[in-house]
Design a protein around this ligand. Structure first.
Ligand SMILES: *Cc1c(COP(=O)(O)O)cnc(C)c1O
Length: 364
C-alpha cells in the first residue's frame, strides 16, 4: 500500500477516469410536480399489485427463474416472435449494458447526439471507443452518415430522447441494411409511437430492439426491460448477463403487467391525448415543439418579448423549479440548450404547468 496515496489507485486506469451517470433529480418531500424523468403519471395495472402480493412470502426463499421463461413466452406471444428471440433484464439499461459488453469492446460503439445519455457512460465502463454523430436542427436521421460510421454496434433511440422524434421503419431499414454491425433500436417510448422496428426483425438478423416497463407500463421502480433479436444474438447476451438478472418479484409483477394489455392501451391513450393537446397549446403561443411520438414534449420556450435561447429556457426552468415543477434542461449542446423537456403528466399536473407558464409570461 505504501506506494499509493489511496486504495482507489488499485482500480483499472480507465475506471479511475469515469464519471457516473447522472440520473434526473429525484426530489425529497411532497408537493412536487415531477415531469423530469418521463415516468408515467398513472399507476401500473392493478393486476401487478395482486401478482406481487402472491409472489411474496415463502417463495422468496427460492432463486428466481434465471431465464425469466414465463416473461419470454408472454412477450413472444405479444409481439408474434418465438421465445428464443427474447431476453429480459434489470431494466432496459441492463440490456444496453450487455450489448456494449458483448459487442463494443474491440471496436467502437456509435450513437447520435443528442440521444440517450447512458450510451457513452456504458462505453466508458467497458473501455470501448465511441463515435458520436450529431443531429442537425431538423433532428431527422442522418442515414448515409450512420451507415458509414466505423463502429461494431450502433445505438438509435427511436422515438428519440430528448426530442421525441420517431424514425420510420423505412428510414431505419436503410440503416440496418447498410450498416456492417449490430443496430440497436432503443424503443423505450415505442408504446407511444406510430411504428415499431419489431416488424423489421424478420428481415434483419443484425437488428436488436429494446423495450422497458419504466415508461408506458408505469413500472420504473420495478426495474424490467427486454431485448428482441435474432436467437444467435440472444444467445450471446445470455452468456454475458448476471445469472439472476431479474428478481422474483419483478418477474411476477412484469408478467401481470404484460398480460393486461387493455390497461396499457387505456393509459397510453390518455397520455397521448394530453401530449397532443399541450403541443397544440404551446404552438399556439408561438413556441416551437418537435412532433412527439413519446410521453414527453421538447419545447423551445419564448418569453413575453418574443425571445428564445438558452437564457430563456434556463429562466423558465428555474421559474418552474421555484414553484416545485421539475422538468429537464440540457444546457451542454446548442441543439438542446434553448429547449426544455417536459414529461407528460396527468391532467391536473399539466394544467398547473400551463397556468405557471401564463404567470411567467405576465411577470416578464
Ligand atoms: C428511460 C429510458 C431507458 C431506461 O429504461 P429502464 O428500463 O428504466 O432501464 C432506456 N432508454 C431510453 C431512451 C430511455 O428513455
Amino acid at each position: 500500500m505504501s506506494a499509493l496515496n489511496s486504495p482507489s489507485e488499485y482500480a483499472l486506469s480507465h475506471v479511475r477516469k469515469l464519471h457516473a451517470y447522472t440520473p434526473g433529480f429525484q426530489p425529497k418531500g411532497t408537493g412536487w410536480v415531477k415531469l423530469n424523468t418521463n415516468e408515467n403519471p398513472y399507476p401500473p395495472s392493478p393486476m401487478v399489485d395482486e401478482a406481487l402480493k402472491e409472489a411474496m412470502g415463502d417463495a422468496l426463499r427460492l432463486y428466481p427463474d434465471p431465464r425469466s421463461m414465463a416473461l419470454r413466452e408472454a412477450a413472444a406471444n405479444l409481439h408474434g416472435l418465438s421465445p428464443d428471440q427474447l431476453i429480459f433484464g434489470n431494466g432496459s439499461d441492463d440490456l444496453l449494458n450487455l450489448l456494449v459488453r458483448a459487442f463494443a469492446c474491440e471496436k467502437a460503439a456509435g450513437y447520435l447526439m443528442p440521444s440517450y445519455s447512458l450510451y457513452p457512460v456504458l462505453c466508458g465502463i467497458q473501455n470501448s471507443g465511441v463515435v458520436e454523430l450529431p443531429f442537425d436542427r431538423s433532428m431527422e436521421l442522418p442515414i448515409d452518415e450512420l451507415i458509414e460510421l466505423d463502429a461494431r454496434i450502433l445505438f438509435i433511440t427511436s422515438p428519440n430522447a430528448p426530442t421525441g422524434v420517431g424514425f420510420s421503419n423505412e428510414e431505419l431499414a436503410k440503416v440496418i441494411e447498410g450498416f456492417d454491425g449490430i443496430v440497436v433500436v432503443d424503443e423505450a417510448y415505442a408504446d407511444f409511437a406510430k411504428e415499431t422496428a419489431v416488424d423489421l426483425l424478420s428481415r434483419f438478423p443484425n437488428l436488436v430492439v429494446t423495450r422497458t416497463f419504466s415508461k408506458s407500463y408505469g413500472l420504473a421502480g420495478l426495474r424490467l426491460g427486454y431485448a428482441m433479436a435474432d436467437p444467435s444474438v440472444v444467445d450471446i447476451l445470455d452468456r454475458v448477463r448476471d445469472s439472476y438478472n431479474v428478481n422474483r418479484l419483478t418477474q411476477a409483477g412484469g408478467l401481470a403487467a404484460l398480460r393486461d394489455q387493455s390497461y396499457l392501451k387505456a393509459v397510453v391513450g390518455k397520455v397521448k391525448r394530453t401530449r397532443d393537446f399541450y403541443r397544440a397549446e404551446w404552438e399556439a403561443l408561438g413556441w416551437f415543439c418537435y412532433p412527439s411520438q413519446s410521453n414527453f414534449l421538447f419545447v423551445e420556450p419564448r418569453n413575453a418579448s418574443g425571445e428564445t435561447g438558452p437564457e430563456v429556457a434556463q429562466g423558465l426552468f428555474e421559474y418552474f423549479k421555484q414553484r416545485k415543477i421539475l422538468v429537464r434542461y440540457f444546457p451542454s449542446s446548442p441543439l438542446t440548450a434553448s429547449f426544455l423537456r417536459i414529461s407528460v403528466g396527468d391532467e391536473d399536473q399539466m394544467l398547473h404547468v400551463s397556468e405557471t407558464i401564463s404567470k411567467w409570461l405576465k411577470n416578464a
